[in-house]
Structure formats: C-alpha cells, structure tokens
Design a protein around this ligand. Structure first.
Ligand code: ATP
Ligand code: MG
Length: 450
C-alpha cells in the first residue's frame, strides 16, 4: 500500500439546482412497498409537505429485493413532522431524525439536508476534510447530492409510481454498478466509513465498484484510523452479521482493508472466512448469531501471540492474555464487554477440548459455551489448526457414551486426571495443550454456533 494521499480538497459542492429525471418505467413492485410508509408520505403531503421514499429501500426495490426498512425524506422539519404525527420519537443529536411509529413498524423520517461547504459559518469539516457536522437543511436536489452512492440517491413517489433521479442512479442500477456521487477521493475523505459502506453494498447487493470509486479506496483507506471505535463496531455488525459476511471479507482482503480493522495475519484468513460462512449460513436459517464468535475467529492468532510470553510469566494474579488481545482491539473497534467475554470463553475452552480425561470431558460438555467452543474447534480442524480426529471425537461425544469413546483413544482407558500438587490451573489451560498440530486442511463443514 502506498503512502496515504491526504491532499485536502475543497468539500464536494452540490451543483447548482438540477432537475431530476422522472422515471416512470422501472421495476419497482408496488406490493413490496410498506403501506405504513406510504401512509406517512400521504399524511405529510396532505399537510402541505413534499415527501418520498429514499435511500436503501428504493435501491433494494429497484434491484428486485424486499427492503428491510423504509426511510422517508421530506421538506418538513422535525418540528413539522411532530405536529403531523402523534406518536413520534426524535433521535440523533446533531441531526434530528423522526421515528414515526405506525403499528409495529417504525418509519424513519428525515428532513432534506445539504452538503456542508467551506462557506458555512460554523466549521463543519475537520482539518483533514472530514465531515464533523452534517446538520444543514436543504432542498431535495441538495439532499440527493450529499448522499454517498448514486444508487442510494433515488427518490420514489409511491402515489405517482415515479422515481426521481438526480445523480444518474438508474443507469448504475441497470448496470449493477456502485459509484460514489462526485469526486471519489473527496467523498471518502469527508467520511472514510463510506469505504466500508462501499464494500458492504458491493457484497450485499452483488454490485461492482465503479473503477473511479475503487481507485480511491487505497489512497484514502488509512483515514479509517480516525473513525471512532464505536462507529466502527456498528459498521462491523453491518458488514459481518447481516448475511453476506464472507463476501464482504473477501472484498476487504482484495482491497487490503482487513489489516486496518484487525491484526489478522494472512494465515488467519481461512479461519475468519469459515467463521463468516458459518454465520451467513445460520442467518439464512434464521438461527441466532453472535459477534463474539466472529471476534474469537478474527483475534485467534492475536490471542495465540499474546499467550506466548504469558505462558512463562502468567500467575493467578497476572493478566489474562485473552483480555490483552481484546483490549488492544477495542482501540479500533469498540467491542462491547459481553462479546469480549464470549470470545474469551471460546478460547479458554480450546485447550480443554484437547484434554480428554473423563472428568474434563464432563466439565467441558456442561460448559455454557461448549457449543460455541465446539463450533470453533470444527473450524480450526477444517483449516488444519487442530487435528480432524479431535473434532470428530467431540462430534461423537455429544451423542455417544463418552467413557466408551475415551477407552477407544490410543491412551486406552478413561483417565482420571490427578491434581498436580501446586499446579496452576491457568497455566494448565495454556498453549502447550492447544494441539495445533497436523490434521491437514479439509473442506468446510457445517458448524453450529450457540
Ligand atoms: P441498508 O439497507 O444497509 O440500511 P441504506 O442505504 O438504507 O442501506 P443507511 O445507513 O440506512 O443505508 O442510510 C440511508 C441512506 O442515507 C443511504 O441510502 C444514503 O443515501 C444515506 N447515507 C447513509 N450514510 C451515509 C454516508 N456516510 N454518507 C452519505 N450518505 C449516507
Ligand atoms: Mg437503511
């Protein structure tokens, strides 16, 4: 990766008023549009305001998908919206967005905004060109141009069944292209999270990045380091826990972005990919998933590295290497504690899974994180990080008599482990027992998270 190009460019200026293309021929299936969202639009219009569906929902409808939620953009201010609807909640600190509750659905209503500009009195850009505040009301065309991608800047009028296109988004929908609006470097500079959004939309919607958008990723990606860790955790969830994590990860690898997010060495990539494939599959089957499992996979190598020195120095009072690995990651991605604990439990169980004594086997099977630890072990086996035989043994141990299975082990009969005098519990679970030897890579298999 070359040195980052931090040239400060002028903020992206909205072209002076432009008329939209009014598209009447399009593929939106009106039956996929939320009636509640239509009702919100109708009510705003009846009160004299302009209102449209906008953003991800219009994009997804045009691509023949069912949107997960519906956003409305309007010229009504939040105060106006509040007067029109009795049941609303104002959210967002700098830019107020209104959540209108309609039965069980929440429709997000936001006022048209415009891009920040150098001429604005209050400083809205940081010294390196990042948007600090994005809270200026604008007109609909200004609202279109301040959005990120052309396919995200389409407005749909459900009554007239017309799409308004200010930024040539329909052309990009037709060709399956994800293209930043405006000058790509400036748009990434304004908000580097757009780089991760580009990867996410490309993965989720199977769009190809426009060459100009793609070319701006490498020079601007180091700016992701300046993004608050809490926002990156939100983006982590959207990237990896919404059903297209494996593809998103591949694209991150293709663009050398993984290392900005995690300390993942290249040989850790196959484990991460299998964990993501398992998560995607579980989401498809409507099974629960947890960020903790992915964190265990992403930071596994880092944890092993942290174990090395700790193995010789750890005492019962010393730091847990698991905490060290997770704490270091938190400076980039704010992992909530409970997910960190989850990953730590999964790691701690790995050496215990390798120690097959009758007492230990019973203990491990009863552990509340056993399913996740087993799942993790299976992924390790599939990458050659643990012997396949160990994974198979634990698969059988869940349905067969474990004493009989223990007798079949080369060591013979079920061993009752004797407590070593002065033995240190923590050190017993440490690296020597990880059993990372051999096994040989094999194809992915079905794995089960808790
Ligand atoms: P998803 O289906 O993942 O919700 P989405 O496009 O609706 O996709 P949101 O994060 O919900 O994504 O944002 C809604 C809309 O707001 C986007 O479609 C885009 O027009 C605009 N937007 C969101 N984030 C940004 C950003 N960082 N910069 C510019 N515009 C943005
Ligand atoms: Mg959305």
């Amino acid at each position: 990766m070359g040195a980052p190009d931090y040239t400060i460019a002028a903020p992206f200026e909205t072209p002076s008023f432009s008329l939209p293309k009014r598209i009447t021929e399009h593929d939106i299936d009106r039956t996929r549009v939320s009636e509640k969202a239509v009702a919100v639009i109708e009510k705003l219009r009846a009160a004299g305001f302009d209102a449209y569906l906008v953003g991800g929902c219009v994009r997804d409808l045009l691509l023949g998908k069912s949107p997960k939620d519906f956003d409305v953009a309007t010229d009504a201010t939040p105060e106006h919206v509040r007067k029109v609807f009795p049941r609303v909640r104002l959210v967002g600190r700098r830019f107020r967005i209104v959540h209108v509750r309609m039965g069980r659905e929440i429709i997000e209503v936001s006022t048209f905004r415009r891009a920040v500009s150098e001429a604005d009195q209050e400083p809205h850009l940081s010294d390196d060109g990042m948007i600090l505040r994005d809270n200026l009301y604008g007109t609909i065309d200004q609202d279109a141009f301040r959005r990120d991608f052309t396919v995200n800047a389409l407005y749909y009028d459900p009554n007239a069944h017309v799409v308004l296109d200010y930024c040539d988004g329909m052309k990009d929908i037709a060709s399956g292209t994800l293209r930043l609006i405006g000058e790509p470097k400036i748009r990434f500079q304004e908000d580097p999270v757009r780089i991760l959004r580009a990867i996410r939309f490309a993965a989720k919607l199977d769009l190809k990045l426009h060459p100009d958008t793609e070319a701006a990723i490498a020079p601007m990606c180091e700016m992701l380091n300046a993004i608050p860790a809490a926002r990156l955790f939100d983006e982590f969830i959207k990237l990896f826990l919404t059903g297209h994590g494996e593809r998103a990860f591949e694209l991150l690898c293709d663009h050398d972005l993984v290392e900005i997010l995690f300390p993942l060495p290249p040989h850790g990539e196959s484990l991460a990919k299998l964990a993501l494939a398992s998560t995607d599959q579980r989401l498809k089957e409507n099974k629960p998933v947890t960020p903790g499992f992915l964190i265990a996979a992403f930071l596994w190598q880092e944890y092993l590295d942290c174990l090395e020195p700790a193995a010789t120095t750890a005492t019962d009072h010393g730091d847990d290497p698991a905490n060290t690995a997770i704490a270091a990651q938190r400076s980039t991605i704010a992992i909530p504690r409970r997910h960190g604990w989850f990953a730590r439990d999964v790691w701690h169980l790995q050496p215990l899974l390798a120690r097959r004594t009758s007492r230990n086997v019973a203990r491990v099977l009863a552990h509340r994180r056993f399913r996740a630890a087993y799942d993790f072990l299976m992924i390790r086996c599939a990458t050659g990080d643990a012997p396949e035989e160990l994974g198979e043994w634990w698969t059988n141990a869940q349905t067969q008599n474990t004493d009989a299975l223990l007798r079949e082990l080369p060591s013979g009969r079920p061993r009752r482990r004797r407590r070593r005098r002065g033995g240190n519990r923590r050190n017993r679970a440490a690296p020597g027992n990880l059993n990372t030897a051999n096994g040989g890579p094999s194809g992915p298999r079905e794995v089960v998270q808790p």
